[in-house]
Design a protein around this ligand. Structure first.
Ligand SMILES: C/C=C(\C)C(=O)SCCNC(=O)CCNC(=O)[C@H](O)C(C)(C)COP(=O)(O)OP(=O)(O)OC[C@H]1O[C@@H](n2cnc3c(N)ncnc32)[C@H](O)[C@@H]1OP(=O)(O)O
Length: 212
Protein backbone atom coordinates (compact mmCIF):
# COMPACT_ATOMS: atom_id res chain seq x y z
CA UNK A 1 0.00 0.00 0.00
CA UNK A 2 0.93 3.65 -0.25
CA UNK A 3 -0.64 6.22 2.07
CA UNK A 4 -1.54 9.68 0.76
CA UNK A 5 -1.39 12.71 3.08
CA UNK A 6 -1.60 16.43 2.37
CA UNK A 7 1.15 18.35 4.19
CA UNK A 8 1.76 22.10 4.56
CA UNK A 9 3.17 24.03 1.62
CA UNK A 10 0.78 22.56 -0.97
CA UNK A 11 2.55 19.21 -0.94
CA UNK A 12 1.48 15.58 -0.95
CA UNK A 13 3.34 13.03 1.17
CA UNK A 14 3.29 9.49 -0.21
CA UNK A 15 4.32 6.86 2.36
CA UNK A 16 5.11 3.29 1.27
CA UNK A 17 3.61 0.90 3.80
CA UNK A 18 4.65 -2.73 3.64
CA UNK A 19 6.48 -3.89 6.77
CA UNK A 20 9.18 -4.75 7.57
CA UNK A 21 11.11 -2.89 4.83
CA UNK A 22 8.36 -1.39 2.61
CA UNK A 23 9.28 -3.71 -0.24
CA UNK A 24 7.66 -3.16 -3.63
CA UNK A 25 4.81 -5.68 -3.44
CA UNK A 26 1.97 -5.58 -5.94
CA UNK A 27 -0.07 -3.46 -3.48
CA UNK A 28 2.80 -0.99 -3.06
CA UNK A 29 3.35 -0.66 -6.84
CA UNK A 30 -0.37 -0.09 -7.39
CA UNK A 31 -0.39 2.30 -4.42
CA UNK A 32 2.41 4.39 -5.94
CA UNK A 33 0.52 4.66 -9.23
CA UNK A 34 -2.77 5.61 -7.53
CA UNK A 35 -1.29 8.16 -5.12
CA UNK A 36 0.93 9.75 -7.79
CA UNK A 37 -2.09 10.12 -10.04
CA UNK A 38 -4.03 11.72 -7.17
CA UNK A 39 -1.20 14.18 -6.47
CA UNK A 40 -0.77 15.09 -10.12
CA UNK A 41 -4.47 15.64 -10.75
CA UNK A 42 -4.95 17.90 -7.70
CA UNK A 43 -4.26 21.53 -8.74
CA UNK A 44 -3.68 22.43 -5.06
CA UNK A 45 -0.68 20.06 -4.90
CA UNK A 46 2.56 21.64 -6.13
CA UNK A 47 5.04 18.91 -5.22
CA UNK A 48 5.40 15.41 -3.77
CA UNK A 49 7.57 13.85 -1.05
CA UNK A 50 7.98 10.07 -1.22
CA UNK A 51 9.06 8.15 1.89
CA UNK A 52 8.75 4.78 3.60
CA UNK A 53 6.90 3.99 6.81
CA UNK A 54 8.88 3.53 10.04
CA UNK A 55 11.83 5.48 8.65
CA UNK A 56 12.72 2.75 6.15
CA UNK A 57 12.54 3.97 2.58
CA UNK A 58 12.37 0.71 0.61
CA UNK A 59 14.18 -2.65 0.61
CA UNK A 60 13.50 -3.31 -3.10
CA UNK A 61 11.35 -5.92 -4.79
CA UNK A 62 9.29 -7.96 -2.34
CA UNK A 63 11.19 -11.23 -2.12
CA UNK A 64 8.06 -12.88 -0.67
CA UNK A 65 6.47 -12.54 -4.12
CA UNK A 66 9.39 -14.10 -6.05
CA UNK A 67 7.90 -17.61 -5.91
CA UNK A 68 4.72 -16.70 -7.79
CA UNK A 69 3.92 -15.13 -11.17
CA UNK A 70 4.32 -11.36 -11.52
CA UNK A 71 0.99 -9.61 -10.92
CA UNK A 72 -0.13 -6.00 -11.14
CA UNK A 73 1.82 -3.07 -12.52
CA UNK A 74 5.47 -3.64 -13.40
CA UNK A 75 8.25 -1.58 -11.83
CA UNK A 76 9.39 0.13 -15.04
CA UNK A 77 6.12 1.95 -15.90
CA UNK A 78 5.56 2.65 -12.20
CA UNK A 79 8.92 4.43 -11.95
CA UNK A 80 8.61 6.08 -15.38
CA UNK A 81 5.35 7.71 -14.25
CA UNK A 82 7.24 9.36 -11.38
CA UNK A 83 10.08 10.59 -13.59
CA UNK A 84 7.56 12.01 -16.09
CA UNK A 85 5.64 13.93 -13.40
CA UNK A 86 5.42 17.65 -14.05
CA UNK A 87 5.47 18.39 -10.32
CA UNK A 88 8.73 17.87 -8.39
CA UNK A 89 9.00 14.53 -6.61
CA UNK A 90 11.56 14.32 -3.79
CA UNK A 91 12.62 11.01 -2.22
CA UNK A 92 13.18 11.14 1.56
CA UNK A 93 15.54 8.21 2.11
CA UNK A 94 15.82 6.88 5.66
CA UNK A 95 16.98 3.37 6.58
CA UNK A 96 17.55 1.60 3.27
CA UNK A 97 17.10 2.26 -0.43
CA UNK A 98 18.15 -1.05 -1.95
CA UNK A 99 17.57 -2.66 -5.33
CA UNK A 100 14.19 -1.51 -6.63
CA UNK A 101 14.12 0.87 -3.65
CA UNK A 102 17.12 2.78 -5.01
CA UNK A 103 15.71 2.54 -8.54
CA UNK A 104 12.52 4.14 -7.20
CA UNK A 105 14.55 6.96 -5.62
CA UNK A 106 16.48 7.42 -8.89
CA UNK A 107 13.19 8.00 -10.72
CA UNK A 108 12.41 10.89 -8.35
CA UNK A 109 13.70 14.34 -9.32
CA UNK A 110 15.62 14.92 -6.05
CA UNK A 111 16.91 12.71 -3.22
CA UNK A 112 17.49 13.58 0.44
CA UNK A 113 19.19 10.93 2.59
CA UNK A 114 19.35 10.55 6.34
CA UNK A 115 22.94 10.30 7.51
CA UNK A 116 22.46 6.68 8.61
CA UNK A 117 20.81 5.53 5.35
CA UNK A 118 22.34 2.81 3.19
CA UNK A 119 21.89 2.69 -0.57
CA UNK A 120 22.78 0.08 -3.16
CA UNK A 121 21.84 -2.18 -6.03
CA UNK A 122 22.28 -5.70 -4.56
CA UNK A 123 20.43 -7.43 -7.44
CA UNK A 124 23.69 -9.07 -8.62
CA UNK A 125 23.87 -11.00 -5.35
CA UNK A 126 20.54 -12.61 -6.32
CA UNK A 127 21.71 -13.32 -9.88
CA UNK A 128 19.65 -10.42 -11.23
CA UNK A 129 20.25 -7.06 -12.90
CA UNK A 130 18.82 -3.73 -11.71
CA UNK A 131 16.51 -3.80 -14.70
CA UNK A 132 13.89 -1.36 -13.43
CA UNK A 133 15.84 1.65 -14.68
CA UNK A 134 18.92 1.32 -12.44
CA UNK A 135 21.27 0.41 -15.29
CA UNK A 136 20.19 3.56 -17.15
CA UNK A 137 19.47 6.14 -14.45
CA UNK A 138 22.49 5.50 -12.21
CA UNK A 139 25.14 5.97 -14.97
CA UNK A 140 23.31 9.06 -16.19
CA UNK A 141 23.48 10.48 -12.68
CA UNK A 142 27.01 9.51 -11.57
CA UNK A 143 28.82 8.32 -14.72
CA UNK A 144 29.52 4.86 -16.07
CA UNK A 145 32.57 3.78 -13.98
CA UNK A 146 31.02 4.61 -10.58
CA UNK A 147 27.66 3.11 -11.60
CA UNK A 148 29.30 -0.08 -12.87
CA UNK A 149 31.10 -0.46 -9.56
CA UNK A 150 27.79 -0.39 -7.64
CA UNK A 151 25.90 -2.54 -10.18
CA UNK A 152 28.55 -5.27 -10.47
CA UNK A 153 29.51 -5.52 -6.79
CA UNK A 154 26.09 -4.96 -5.23
CA UNK A 155 27.84 -3.14 -2.38
CA UNK A 156 25.91 -0.75 -0.16
CA UNK A 157 27.08 2.85 0.19
CA UNK A 158 26.60 5.20 3.13
CA UNK A 159 24.65 8.44 2.76
CA UNK A 160 27.93 10.38 2.81
CA UNK A 161 29.41 8.29 -0.01
CA UNK A 162 26.14 8.60 -1.93
CA UNK A 163 26.42 12.39 -1.60
CA UNK A 164 30.04 12.36 -2.78
CA UNK A 165 29.12 10.18 -5.77
CA UNK A 166 26.19 12.45 -6.65
CA UNK A 167 23.44 9.91 -5.98
CA UNK A 168 21.75 12.13 -3.40
CA UNK A 169 21.40 15.89 -3.28
CA UNK A 170 21.66 16.40 0.46
CA UNK A 171 22.34 14.46 3.67
CA UNK A 172 20.64 15.32 6.94
CA UNK A 173 20.84 14.13 10.52
CA UNK A 174 17.30 15.40 11.05
CA UNK A 175 13.99 14.21 9.63
CA UNK A 176 14.60 13.52 5.93
CA UNK A 177 10.89 14.07 5.19
CA UNK A 178 11.07 17.64 6.50
CA UNK A 179 14.19 18.44 4.50
CA UNK A 180 12.61 16.85 1.41
CA UNK A 181 9.45 18.91 1.93
CA UNK A 182 11.52 22.10 2.23
CA UNK A 183 13.27 21.27 -1.03
CA UNK A 184 9.99 20.37 -2.78
CA UNK A 185 8.51 23.72 -1.72
CA UNK A 186 11.57 25.63 -2.93
CA UNK A 187 11.45 24.08 -6.42
CA UNK A 188 7.68 23.87 -6.88
CA UNK A 189 6.57 25.70 -9.99
CA UNK A 190 9.91 25.04 -11.70
CA UNK A 191 10.26 22.60 -14.60
CA UNK A 192 11.02 19.09 -13.34
CA UNK A 193 14.73 18.29 -13.25
CA UNK A 194 15.82 15.72 -15.83
CA UNK A 195 18.83 13.43 -15.81
CA UNK A 196 21.71 14.16 -18.17
CA UNK A 197 21.98 11.87 -21.24
CA UNK A 198 23.83 8.56 -20.90
CA UNK A 199 27.55 9.22 -21.47
CA UNK A 200 28.98 7.38 -24.48
CA UNK A 201 32.06 5.30 -23.72
CA UNK A 202 34.72 5.32 -26.42
CA UNK A 203 36.53 2.00 -26.48
CA UNK A 204 39.98 2.48 -28.04
CA UNK A 205 40.41 -1.02 -29.49
CA UNK A 206 37.02 -1.04 -31.28
CA UNK A 207 36.96 0.70 -34.64
CA UNK A 208 33.68 2.00 -36.02
CA UNK A 209 31.70 -0.50 -38.07
CA UNK A 210 31.86 0.41 -41.76
CA UNK A 211 29.42 -0.43 -44.51
CA UNK A 212 31.10 -0.67 -47.94
C1 LIG B 1 14.38 -7.37 -9.96
C2 LIG B 1 14.78 -7.25 -8.56
C3 LIG B 1 14.65 -6.14 -7.84
C4 LIG B 1 14.05 -4.91 -8.42
C5 LIG B 1 15.08 -6.06 -6.43
O1 LIG B 1 14.87 -5.10 -5.78
S1 LIG B 1 15.84 -7.47 -5.79
C6 LIG B 1 15.75 -7.17 -4.01
C7 LIG B 1 16.80 -6.23 -3.62
N1 LIG B 1 16.79 -6.07 -2.20
C8 LIG B 1 17.55 -6.81 -1.42
O2 LIG B 1 18.27 -7.69 -1.85
C9 LIG B 1 17.48 -6.45 0.04
C10 LIG B 1 17.59 -7.70 0.87
N2 LIG B 1 17.52 -7.36 2.28
C11 LIG B 1 18.58 -6.93 2.99
O3 LIG B 1 19.67 -6.70 2.51
C12 LIG B 1 18.34 -6.76 4.46
O4 LIG B 1 17.25 -7.56 4.86
C13 LIG B 1 18.05 -5.28 4.86
C14 LIG B 1 19.34 -4.47 4.66
C15 LIG B 1 16.90 -4.66 4.06
C16 LIG B 1 17.68 -5.23 6.36
O5 LIG B 1 18.69 -5.88 7.08
P1 LIG B 1 18.55 -6.13 8.65
O6 LIG B 1 18.20 -4.86 9.33
O7 LIG B 1 19.79 -6.84 9.08
O8 LIG B 1 17.28 -7.06 8.82
P2 LIG B 1 16.94 -8.51 8.21
O9 LIG B 1 17.90 -8.89 7.13
O10 LIG B 1 16.80 -9.44 9.37
O11 LIG B 1 15.53 -8.24 7.53
C17 LIG B 1 14.43 -7.80 8.33
C18 LIG B 1 13.17 -8.36 7.75
O12 LIG B 1 12.96 -7.75 6.46
C19 LIG B 1 12.71 -8.76 5.50
N3 LIG B 1 13.14 -8.28 4.19
C20 LIG B 1 14.31 -7.74 3.87
N4 LIG B 1 14.37 -7.40 2.57
C21 LIG B 1 13.17 -7.75 2.06
C22 LIG B 1 12.60 -7.65 0.75
N5 LIG B 1 13.29 -7.13 -0.29
N6 LIG B 1 11.35 -8.11 0.57
C23 LIG B 1 10.65 -8.63 1.59
N7 LIG B 1 11.13 -8.74 2.88
C24 LIG B 1 12.38 -8.30 3.08
C25 LIG B 1 13.52 -9.93 5.99
O13 LIG B 1 13.08 -11.13 5.39
C26 LIG B 1 13.24 -9.87 7.47
O14 LIG B 1 11.95 -10.39 7.69
P3 LIG B 1 11.61 -11.22 9.00
O15 LIG B 1 12.53 -12.40 8.98
O16 LIG B 1 11.87 -10.29 10.15
O17 LIG B 1 10.17 -11.59 8.85
Amino acid sequence: MARYTRIPGSLALITLTNPPVNALSVAVRQGIIDTMSRALSDPEVKGVVLCGENRKFCGGADIREFAGPMKGPHLVPTFDSIEAAEKPVVAAIEGVALGGGLELALACHYRIAHVKARLGLPEVTLGLLPAAGGTQRLPRLIGVPAALDLITTGRHVSAQEALKLGIVDRVTDGDAREVAAELARSVSGQASRTLPPLPVLRVAHLSPFRLN
